[in-house]
Write a protein that binds this ligand. Structure first.
Ligand code: TMP
Length: 210
């Protein structure tokens, strides 16, 4: 039987260059002839995603738990498609995943355990790359944008929760990269981490936090 595709999640703080790194990784995989599909969470195009988008742009208000569950539901509505692609041998790259869900909602004051529960049993990434940047460096890069969570105080708290999450995974499954460096250097590290997965995996897909 042929290998399944690898499931790679890229997480990062705002201004970490995540969008650029994801695009660079996708282009590199394609240039190497590796079938790849990119998902971005939140996926703002679905009915659930449209509600999330309105909330993030402060055009609507929602209870903290309600928005948390919508972010999670947005992943669950696409989980079947992700599993299908992986089974067909396609490498799946996710720009943000369940870890963002837990980090941002916990940073708002909800309990870590409560935040994690709707994410349990989602397809588990084979490796998660966390693009870390200090709030000071983010400020140097022009500061944060206008969306709801793009404030220094919030980003500091989010960073702390990401660090807490990282302690739950071994080094093979969670890699923290210093994203405050030149983008070429970060891209080289991203590729070094992803390259071993490009021939796919024989091991079954795991479930998150099971
Ligand atoms: P983006 O800037 O990568 O599009 O992400 C949108 C914002 O949503 C970002 O501030 C992180 C936040 N977020 C959550 O709060 N929960 C989630 O589950 C996800 C995926 C993102």
């Amino acid at each position: 039987m042929s290998n399944r595709g690898a499931f790679i999640a890229i997480e990062g703080l705002d201004r970490s260059g995540k969008t650029t790194q994801v695009a660079t990784l996708q282009a590199r995989l394609e240039s190497e002839g590796i079938p790849v599909k990119l998902f971005k969470f939140p996926d703002r195009t679905t009915a659930i995603g449209i509600m999330i988008d309105s909330y993030l742009r402060s055009q609507s208000e929602l209870d903290d738990r309600a928005i948390h569950l919508l972010f999670s539901a947005n992943r669950w509505e696409l989980a079947g498609a992700i599993e299908q692609l992986l089974a067909e041998g396609t490498t799946v790259v996710c720009d943000r995943y369940a870890f963002s869900g837990v980090a941002f909602s916990t940073a708002k004051g909800l309990s870590f355990e409560w935040c994690r529960s709707p994410e349990v049993s989602l397809p588990a990434p084979d490796v998660t790359l966390f693009l870390d940047i200090s709030p000071e460096k983010a400020r140097e890069r022009g500061g944060y944008g206008d969306e709801r969570y793009e404030k220094e105080e919030m980003q500091r708290k989010v960073r702390d929760v990401f660090r807490q999450i990282s302690t739950e995974f071994d080094e093979a499954r969670w890699v923290t990269l210093d994203a405050g460096r030149r983008r070429e250097d970060v891209a080289a590290d991203v590729w070094n981490c992803v390259q071993p997965f490009t021939s796919g995996l024989a091991s079954p897909l795991q479930r998150l936090w099971n």
